[in-house]
Design a protein around this ligand. Structure first.
Ligand code: KG4
Ligand code: ZN
Length: 367
């Protein structure tokens, strides 16, 4: 398919613990309509181990995926043969889970003679904003999830440049580890956000990492250590202490993300109408972080677009969008090429501007 016709695409996402399938329609004006968006989240078994266990996640995808695919088709009222394409995450991620989703998508593509588009999970996050907004290229993307924290200049489909990346933990990982330390539930981000609601964000001042260093990389391990030391010093923690630590930690993360994003904005000489900032990834669901980025964008004169929370956390719709964009641009691989593709644990979306950064394309267990 070479131009913009109406097309319906299924997206399959299994790179972490969510089994997610969505069906979206891309109309002739390149606008998206989500016909079904099914996410099966199974945190139960993992909680026993204090974090995501890759084998449990993979087994759970095997058990659920057929059912989730059928439910998505039923909700969308679409027959399999009416799909113009099936997109599946091919990496980066927990390789067992990616294998399950990609294999199911291959089988589906062969059975129904539907084009198969293997998708980079990070490109899915990058384009998730198009489910609800236009977001033309170029835009500066702050991608913050359980496995990634990156600042990326999205110049075009498949054309991404990385301006900054975490040198230790990902932002979501820091939320998850801090929640564990405070005895809160997993996933840690929503638990910390809920605890922080009644907390005093000014009671503790956690460090501002890499403030004096050039560039716009991220670091969260120092903050995590500071939280641990504070929690030990204040033990036993009252509910108020926990709320104050959660609020102060969340504020420190928000300040750090905004500070490094400001450096990235200032390093780009973009015309005013090209100053578009996009948030993506599970951590972008956080209200305090959204507010910090909103203020930053006001101060720097950038337009901000944030997908709604259900499209920030892992979902099949963002994978379907990436697949549909590739189909529309004539960038979908031939069937034999797509069938030969192996799942990839590592798959950096954007080459770093300078080499050597840690954590560029890896997504591991979240806690
Ligand atoms: O994008 P995502 O669903 O999966 C990955 O690709 O990693 O992101 C999951 C991460 C988890 O670490 C979770 O704690 C975090 O996003 N998260 C949040 C919030 N909701 C999810 N972090 C902070 N505040 C939230 N409201
Ligand atoms: Zn993700």
């Amino acid at each position: 398919m070479a131009d913009s016709q109406d097309i319906v695409v299924m997206g399959v996402e299994t790179s972490c613990d969510d089994t997610a399938v969505a069906i979206v329609r891309r109309d002739a004006d390149a606008r998206y309509h989500v016909l079904a968006n099914v996410v099966w989240t199974d945190h139960g078994d993992h909680a026993l181990f204090g974090g995501i266990v890759p084998e449990i996640a993979a087994r759970s995808h095997v058990e659920r995926l057929d059912w989730v695919m059928e439910k998505a088709l039923r909700e969308a009222g679409i027959a399999p043969g009416a799909l113009g394409g099936i997109a599946a995450t091919a990496g980066p991620g927990l390789v067992g889970g990616v294998l399950v989703g990609l294999t199911a998508a291959k089988a589906f593509a062969m059975t129904h003679e539907t084009p198969l588009i293997p998708v980079n999970h990070l490109e899915g996050h990058a384009l998730s904003v198009r489910l609800t907004d236009e977001a033309p290229f170029p835009f500066l993307l702050l991608l913050i999830s359980g496995g990634h924290s990156q600042l990326i200049l999205a110049e075009g489909l498949g054309r991404y440049r990385r301006l900054g990346v975490t040198i230790d933990d990902a932002a979501g990982e820091a939320f998850d580890k801090t929640a564990k330390l405070l005895g809160l539930s997993q996933p840690g981000g929503p638990a910390i956000e809920a605890a922080a609601k009644t907390g005093d964000a000014t009671r503790f001042r956690f460090p501002a990492p890499l403030a004096r260093r050039e560039g716009c990389d991220f670091s969260f391990s120092g903050m995590k250590t500071a939280v641990r030391e504070t929690a030990i010093a204040a033990a036993p923690l009252s509910a108020e202490d926990t709320a104050d630590i959660a609020a102060s930690f969340q504020a420190a993360v928000a300040r750090h993300l905004a500070a490094q994003s400001r450096k990235a904005m200032q390093s780009l000489s973009l015309a005013e109408d090209q100053r578009r900032f996009v948030l993506a990834g599970g951590v972008a669901a956080n209200t305090a972080i959204k507010e910090a980025v909103e203020n930053l964008c006001k101060e720097e004169g950038w337009r901000l677009t944030v997908p709604p929370p259900k499209f920030c956390t892992d979902n099949g719709a963002m994978i379907a969008v990436a697949g549909a964009e590739r189909l529309a641009a004539g960038l979908a691989p031939q069937m034999d090429e797509a069938l030969a593709l192996a799942p990839r644990a590592r798959w950096p979306l954007a080459p770093p501007l300078e080499g050597g950064a840690i954590g560029g394309g890896r997504k591991g267990p979240k806690a």
